[in-house]
Design a protein around this ligand. Structure first.
Ligand SMILES: CSCCC(=O)C(=O)COP(=O)(O)O
Ligand code: MG
Length: 205
């Protein structure tokens, strides 16, 4: 019996266009200035070390910024990029430049399942901070209390079975008791290989 639901964000609870046409361009526009200004902040510093680890060599600040912008243009789901995007979106949400988009039927579904006693979790390539920002700045108010936990790429990539095994372990439920919702077939296949029940959401813009 399903006891927990893990949901993707982009294309599942929220529109592709909100992420691709609002969030990503906002982060890209502010990336160089943000990283230059905050490069000594521990979280930014650690992300820059991760960039160097991924490319396998040390980089000047300018080269690291260029690399991050390049990854952003390619929509690479890499943890340091996702961390920095999340930090930049903080200002966007708090200054009222945008609110987190959610489909109204997704909100209704999440509230209904929560009332039924199902545990709800998010698993997105967006950083945990970014996920919390999105769900706490919605036209329905702060929806983060609906969720029992949040997972990002630090648990593994979304197309890899081991990520779902790690999530099941952390949720502390057998994989068969967990339903994963996504718009991406490869993510659902990876979750299914880990023993999850899956449901494919039709993509809506
Ligand atoms: C947390 S909102 C931004 C989502 C994001 O950065 C992204 O790459 C979308 O990934 P998802 O796994 O939600 O499809
Ligand atoms: Mg998705």
């Amino acid at each position: 019996m399903i006891k927990a639901i893990v949901t993707d964000i982009e294309g599942t609870t929220s529109s592709l266009s909100f992420v691709k046409d609002i969030l990503f361009p906002y982060a890209r526009e502010h990336l160089a200035e943000f990283v230059t200004r905050y490069c000594t902040l521990p979280e930014v510093k650690a992300a820059l070390v991760d960039v160097e680890q991924i490319v396998g060599r040390s980089l000047s600040l300018e080269a690291a910024i260029e690399q991050l912008i390049d990854w952003s243009d390619q929509d690479q789901k890499l943890t340091p990029l996702k961390t920095i995007q999340g930090l930049i979106w903080y200002a966007g949400y708090h200054q009222g430049h945008f609110t987190g988009h959610l489909y109204s039927d997704a909100v209704a579904g999440l509230k209904h399942w929560h009332e039924q006693g199902l545990k709800l979790y998010v698993y997105s390539s967006g950083s945990v901070n970014a996920q919390k920002l999105l769900f706490s700045h919605t036209e329905w108010g702060d929806l983060t209390p609906l969720f029992s936990g949040f997972f990002d790429t630090r648990v593994g990539a979304k197309r890899e079975t081991c990520a779902y095994q790690a999530i099941a372990e952390q949720i502390n439920l057998p994989a068969a008791d967990i339903l994963f919702l996504s718009d991406i077939k490869e993510e659902l296949d990876a979750a299914k290989s880990a023993g999850f029940a899956t449901y494919w959401l039709k993509t809506r813009r």
